[in-house]
Design a protein around this ligand. Structure first.
Ligand SMILES: [Zn+2]
Length: 444
């Protein structure tokens, strides 16, 4: 029996919920009485008063430490109230103006530039090669690159002597990852919020304004495109955000990761395989299913968010309604609408729940349509031995509790004017088959 033919949600008389993720097959139980774990990240336990610094210099992603990261690929700045993209500034100009968002390569790549070189005979594109040469032609740029390579070697366990024994030319060759690697970070400006007093007042996705959040998404999508444009072996760019340590983040400073892959990854592959057999599955088993079970949290003309089933942690799914499947194919209005809903969910969660934001979308070489969707998974559950043995996962919250946690907060945020206008809970139109991905026509 296929998992889509099974009963994917069953609520027992004692309140136990058993659910199966229609797309992954993950079986999850919610058992009443096992819910009283705290939500908030461990880092909230002993908040300390912040000593304010301007520019911020609390971590290497902060505005006061631009040279502590790899060379910047591009940035977004505000010019007379308008966002403007600046490509590879000269190292001498890096502190000329604060960057609202920066794009840099990850110091420790998951899929390294050598992976592409050794397995695909990958070479830096002409554009990236020119950028590398230009950056290294400046003394400041060259010293910066060598300092970062030395830091990387040190963090990788090399002794001072070993680092000294590596020639400058060899070190400069190692810097290809900074200019043509496919693992990148997008970093918003602030570490703490403008009004922050304590170390718990971090600048999270939901602390941004809806306009800033949309720009964050736009810049991320533009960077995804650039990875494809400069590495023809990339078949999918995985986009995700790890928020706080419990979610795998090594910095408390907000950032999104982009990782180019030579495959789609297991999740996307499985979803597309199912989607080829069930062309309307994202309506039937996601948006419509959520509507019929009252799991919808909020909605606008461009996206719908609901508490999702079949995850070991409480999870909110946000689906784009657009017939344009890839993020880069979304119109300006569709992108803003989708971003508004994702932003609203983050804002309602607040900045102290650790979470992963994961993007799923139609790969560049797929012909099977898949709507752009984002999962926000709260990292509040600890795996028990029971789960290892049974592959049944215990989620600490009922699906409806996730909705009930967020909905009143969304109404409060709307009252405070901190989120874009959209329908919340009962206000949502929840029309059947609201996701139009099945009408997909390739535009590029
Ligand atoms: Zn920082």
């Amino acid at each position: 029996m296929n998992r889509l033919d099974r009963d994917i949600l069953k609520i027992m008389p004692d309140g136990t919920e058993k659910h199966i993720n229609p797309f992954t097959g993950t079986e999850v139980w919610f058992i009443p009485g096992r819910r009283n774990r705290p939500f908030a990240s461990k880092r909230t336990e002993n908040p300390e008063k912040i000593v304010k610094h301007s520019p911020e210099d609390y971590c290497d992603f902060c505005a006061g430490r631009y040279f502590n990261t790899t060379p910047e690929k591009s940035r977004i700045v505000l010019n007379n109230g308008q966002y403007e993209c600046q490509d590879q500034l000269a190292p001498e100009d890096i502190f000329s103006k604060p960057a609202e968002f920066r794009r840099i390569s990850n110091l420790f790549e998951i899929v390294t530039v050598n992976y592409w070189k050794k397995n695909f005979n990958y070479k830096l594109s002409d554009k990236n090669q020119r950028r590398k040469e230009k950056y290294l032609s400046s003394e400041l740029g060259r010293n910066h690159v060598i300092a970062i390579i030395n830091m990387k070697l040190k963090l990788s366990g090399y002794s001072e002597e070993q680092i000294k024994s590596i020639s400058v030319d060899e070190k400069l060759a190692m810097s290809d990852a900074f200019f043509g690697g496919a693992h990148e970070l997008i970093i918003p400006r602030r570490h703490y919020t403008e009004a922050a007093e304590y170390t718990t007042d971090l600048n999270a996705s939901g602390s941004l304004t809806p306009v800033e959040h949309a720009e964050y998404f736009r810049f991320t999508i533009q960077s995804v495109r650039d990875i494809y444009d400069n590495n023809r072996y990339v078949r999918y760019v995985s986009v995700f955000q790890n928020w706080l340590r419990e979610a795998g983040a090594s910095f408390d400073h907000l950032h999104t990761q982009l990782v180019g892959l030579d495959e789609w990854g297991v999740s996307v592959e499985r979803e597309l395989e199912l989607a080829s057999r069930y062309p309307n599955m994202y309506n039937e088993f996601a948006a419509n299913f959520a509507a019929y079970n009252n799991f919808v949290i909020c909605e606008n003309d461009f996206a719908i968010a609901f508490a999702d089933i079949g995850h070991r942690n409480p999870t909110v799914a946000i689906f784009s309604k657009s017939e344009h499947c890839r993020p880069s194919e979304h119109t300006e209005q569709e992108l803003k609408g989708f971003s508004d809903i994702v932003h609203g969910i983050h804002a309602a969660m607040g900045s102290n729940i650790s979470c992963n934001e994961e993007w799923y979308y139609m790969p560049v070489d797929s012909v099977i349509p898949m709507p752009w969707h984002v999962l926000i998974k709260w990292r509040i559950s600890i795996q028990a031995g029971f789960e290892g043995g049974t592959k049944i996962y215990v989620n600490p919250m009922a699906v409806s509790e996730v909705r009930d946690y967020l909905v009143p907060r969304l109404f409060d945020l709307r009252y405070q004017n901190r989120i874009a206008p959209f329908a919340i809970a009962e206000e949502c139109p929840v029309k059947p088959n609201s996701l139009k991905y099945y009408l997909y026509k390739r535009t590029t």
